[in-house]
Every structure is written in structure tokens, then in C-alpha cells.
Design a protein around this ligand. Structure first.
Ligand SMILES: Nc1ncnc2c1ncn2[C@@H]1O[C@H](COP(=O)(O)OP(=O)(O)O)[C@@H](O)[C@H]1O
Ligand SMILES: O=P(O)(O)OC[C@H](O)CO
Length: 498
């Protein structure tokens, strides 16, 4: 019986394919970096053909490395950077433009105008989101209005929209399947998360024809088969989830009150709130965590745009380190008396501030401030931003706040220094699991669940293994003083938009 699973993890900075064995242990990985395209300040694009090439190559290479027969693979799970928007021609499969990436701010003005017209409360009530350029809705509208001929072609039913999962599914199935899952749909500003349907009023408001949209399915579902020519075999595609939701699954956060935070380019914290959507009053997002057998489980989400990207800035912008792990060593050597704060608003500030016009700032520089102190400020900014999110979450959902433990994953969590600071500043334990590829694990598990070869949610959650627990060691007075300094720095950075 086929018992291996392949996860495709199409992230912002790279594409990975990972083969998991029957015990859900990763046995082979292949990864290709993704080219970032910055046409203008605040604009971020990806070439969908780069993404498609990387997916084909990494899947082939990971299966080859795993040294298994394709016949032993039970299915593929796809997980993806969310919100990133592609529109393509239905007859040729050709994208009409580069993908507009989630970080892209080109539609900030459209959002501001719609907000001024008073549309935000009704949109938030249906979608659980805020009216921000982060999400797909205004990106679709921009493409239809700015690519010559696009709107007419869309009205004639000749175009298809998708987030990256949907675009990949279309290509993998040879143009046969146009579908997504509820987690990805819940990031578009067009999807009613209470009813689980595309909303006609929202489509009218964002000027998006219904013919563009994919069918919305469960996160573990039959999404079709791969075209035989691609891998010399027809693989079943059995799972799809946005990457932060897949990480929530991979971390086994199935009970209300369980929370994970993923630290890659940005940071995304999701708190499972069960089968009822909790609408935030503190500018967090309400989102679908996963949908299984037609039943939606919801989460409150806090999204921070810059986490690991602050370390990349030390390396590529400031050139004060050569490799990311050096930031740890520098932070440990920083002068304890120095009080430098970095507010890394390089692309504006996300939750809970939502200020697209804010830009990064350093405060408290003295003659003694050097690279070590700035590295520490960069790593500390990850902790402070998480603290802001968690404070907002506790206010939205007081039941969840008391015995909180945070499960973490993502590239930045290898930094022991940052994880210790995170625990110190949250005043809560931080748990790092043995399997750090939780996003891919979640996608593989969803596919395995549908294939009937994986345990149920409780059985899977019981297999979660701790690598290390970081416990808070910081003195209360020091924590208070540090947090007060951070709040002051944020207030000075916010513009009138925030
Ligand atoms: N040892 C380290 N210390 C600090 N940051 C690190 C370290 N290793 C990786 N990172 C950061 O982690 C991020 C990459 O994580 P990853 O989960 O692969 O991101 P993404 O999925 O967003 O592409 C990079 O921004 C990098 O700067
Ligand atoms: O690609 P990542 O891991 O940075 O995640 C991106 C998020 O899905 C954006 O919402």
C-alpha cells in the first residue's frame, strides 16, 4: 500500500518539496530559492513561471533523493505563501502579469479610499480581515484595471484567478482543476468565513467577476491528479492549506487555546478558537485555520511583516554580519546598558498597528552603539512584536491567555538567543519542536488524512515532540522597562495612518 507523502511548500523566498515516510518523518528535501522582483518602492512580484519551474524540479529531485518508487507515494499536499495573486488565461495557462506578492503595497491607496467610503466594517464582519493591501482582493482589482484587455477578458470568462496553491493545482493537473481550500479563500477579502462562500456583495465592491474564482474545498480533499507527463506517474493531490494554517496543523494546534507562531521572513501567530469565529476588537485577523469534512475551525491571527527579514537586513543591507547565525553571537556580546530599539517597519507595520506608511527606525543610538547592539535590537524586535500580538490576542480571547504556551517554528527559531528573549519578554514558555518543517508536515498530514493512511487529529497531535522549552528568566522590572521603551519607539514610528 502506498505510504509516502510529498509536501510542496511554496514560500515567499523559496520552494521546497519534502518526502515524508509512513511515520511522517521527513526523508528527502529539495529546495530552490525564489527570485524577488521589486519594480518600485513598496512593490513586490514573483514570476509564476519561476515558481512553476521550482515546483516541478523540487518534486522530481526530492522523490529521486528519497529513492522510492512513485507507486509508493499516496498523495501530494500543497502549502503556499498566502494572498499572493496570479491571474492567467484559461486557454493557454499563461499568466497575464507577474504574481503580486502579499508584501506588495501598490494598492494601499485603493484600500484607503474604500476605508474613507466607510466599507471596512462590513468587509471585516464577513471576511474577518481588515481593508489592507496585504490581501488578494485589491490586488485582483489592480490587475484587471491595469493589464491591457484584462477586464474585458475577465468579463468574457477567459481568465482565472488563484492564490499560489490554485495556480499550482491548475498547472499540476494540466489545466483540469480550478480549486482552492477554505484557508486560502479566507485570505482574499472576497470570502464569507461564516457561510463558507464567495460573497456576491464583496465581489461587486472589489469589482471581481465571479467567473474568475476557483471552487473552494476542504483542506483535506480530492483535488485531482497530476498530469502524467510531469512526473511519469499520476499522483493524487489530497491536501491544500495556506502555509501558516498548515503550520498550525503541523504543530498539532487542534484544541481551542493552542497557539503557534512561525518565524520566517515575517511572523504569523495563530490561536485556535475552535468552531466559532472570534471577531477581533484589537485589529487582529479572524481566519479559517482548517476545514475538514465541511467543518471549519477558526483562528485569530496576528501577522508581522518583518521577523527573519530583519536578520536579512543585517546581512544584506547593513552588511554587519555575513551569515544569519552570527546575529546570535553579536547579540550575546551587546552592551547590557545600551538601550537601542529597532522598529523594523521596512514595509510598514502589520498587526496590531496596520500602518502601511510607517518606515523602519532606530532609536536610542549612543557613541557606544555598534553592530552588536544593533544585532540585538533586530532580534529583540521579533520578541517585542510578538508580545504586541499576544497582548491583543489575550484581549480578544481572555480564556486563552492564562496558561499560554507558544509553539514556534520557522527558520529564525534556530536562534536560541531570540527564543530565550521571546520567552523572557512574553513571560511565557516557548516550545520548539523536533520537526521544524511544520508547514510541510501539516500539508503532508492533510494529504495523508485524506488518503486514509494517517492517524486522526488527536493521534497526530500526540506524536508532536519537544526539542527544547525556553522558560522566562527575565526580571519583572527589567521586562517592564524594556517594554515601555519599545512602546515609545513604536509610537514615534507610526504615521497618521496607524
Ligand atoms: N541562525 C539564524 N539566526 C537568525 N535568523 C535566522 C537564522 N537562520 C535563518 N534565519 C532567518 O530565517 C528566515 C528564513 O526562514 P524560512 O522559514 O525559511 O522563511 P520563509 O518561509 O519566509 O522563506 C530568514 O529571514 C533568515 O534571516
Ligand atoms: O512564505 P512565508 O513563510 O513568509 O509566509 C507568507 C505568508 O503566508 C503571508 O501571509
Amino acid at each position: 500500500m502506498p505510504s509516502y507523502l510529498v509536501a510542496i511548500d511554496q514560500g515567499t523566498t523559496s520552494t521546497r518539496a519534502i518526502v515524508f515516510d509512513q511515520s511522517l518523518a521527513p526523508i528527502a528535501t529539495s529546495q530552490i530559492e525564489l527570485r524577488q522582483i521589486f519594480p518600485k518602492s513598496g512593490w513586490v512580484e514573483h514570476d509564476p513561471e519561476d515558481i512553476w519551474y521550482a515546483v516541478r524540479e523540487t518534486v522530481r529531485s526530492a522523490i529521486h533523493k528519497a529513492n522510492i518508487s512513485p507507486r509508493h507515494i499516496a498523495g501530494i499536499g500543497i502549502t503556499n505563501q498566502r494572498e499572493t495573486t496570479v491571474i492567467w488565461e484559461r486557454d493557454t495557462g499563461r499568466p497575464i502579469h507577474n504574481a503580486i506578492v502579499w508584501q506588495d503595497r501598490r494598492t494601499a491607496d485603493i484600500c484607503a479610499n474604500m476605508r474613507r467610503s466607510g466599507h471596512e466594517p462590513a468587509i471585516s464582519a464577513k471576511t474577518g480581515l481588515l481593508l489592507d493591501s496585504y490581501f488578494s482582493g485589491t490586488k485582483i482589482r489592480w490587475l484587471l484595471d491595469n493589464v491591457p484587455g484584462a477586464r474585458a477578458a475577465a468579463d468574457a470568462g477567459k481568465l482565472a484567478f488563484g492564490t499560489i496553491d490554485t495556480f499550482l493545482l491548475w498547472r499540476l493537473t494540466g489545466g483540469k482543476v480550478h480549486a482552492t481550500d477554505a484557508t486560502n479563500a479566507s485570505r482574499t477579502l472576497l470570502y464569507d468565513i461564516h457561510k463558507g462562500t464567495w460573497d456576491p456583495d464583496l465581489l461587486r465592491l472589489f469589482q471581481v467577476p465571479a467567473s474568475l474564482l476557483p471552487e473552494v474545498k476542504d483542506s483535506a480533499a480530492d483535488f485531482g491528479e497530476t498530469d502524467r507527463d510531469l512526473f511519469n506517474h499520476r499522483f493524487r493531490i489530497l491536501g491544500i492549506a495556506g502555509d501558516q494554517q498548515a503550520a498550525t496543523v503541523g504543530q498539532g494546534c487542534f484544541r481551542p487555546g493552542m497557539m503557534k507562531s512561525t518565524y520566517g521572513t515575517g511572523c504569523f501567530a495563530l490561536l485556535n478558537t475552535g468552531d466559532k469565529p472570534v471577531m477581533s476588537t484589537n485589529r487582529l485577523l479572524t481566519t479559517v485555520a482548517y476545514q475538514l469534512k465541511g467543518k471549519r475551525t477558526y483562528a485569530i491571527e496576528g501577522a508581522i511583516f518583518v521577523a527573519g527579514a530583519a536578520v536579512q537586513w543585517l546581512r544584506d543591507g547593513l552588511k554587519s554580519i555575513k551569515q544569519a547565525p552570527e546575529s546570535d553571537l553579536q547579540a550575546a556580546k551587546a552592551d547590557p546598558q545600551d538601550r537601542v530599539y529597532l522598529v523594523p517597519a521596512f514595509v510598514g507595520l502589520g498587526a496590531p498597528w496596520w500602518d502601511p506608511d510607517a518606515r523602519g527606525a532606530l532609536y536610542g543610538l549612543s557613541r557606544k552603539t555598534g553592530p552588536n547592539e544593533i544585532a540585538r535590537a533586530a532580534l529583540e524586535s521579533v520578541g517585542y512584536q510578538t508580545r504586541d500580538l499576544l497582548d491583543a490576542m489575550r484581549a480578544d480571547w481572555p480564556d486563552g491567555g492564562t496558561n499560554m504556551v507558544l509553539r514556534v517554528d520557522g527558520g529564525l527559531t534556530v536562534s536560541d538567543w531570540t527564543m530565550q528573549f521571546l520567552s523572557d519578554i512574553l513571560a511565557a514558555p516557548v516550545d520548539r519542536p523536533v520537526i521544524m518543517e511544520t508547514t510541510a508536515l501539516g500539508a503532508a498530514y492533510l494529504a495523508g488524512l485524506k488518503a486514509g493512511i494517517c492517524p486522526d487529529l488527536d493521534g497526530f497531535a500526540a506524536s508532536w515532540r519537544l526539542d527544547r522549552r525556553f522558560q522566562p528568566l527575565m526580571d519583572v522590572t527589567e521586562r517592564r522597562a524594556k517594554l515601555a521603551g519599545w512602546q515609545d519607539a513604536v509610537q514615534r514610528t507610526l504615521t497618521s495612518q496607524g
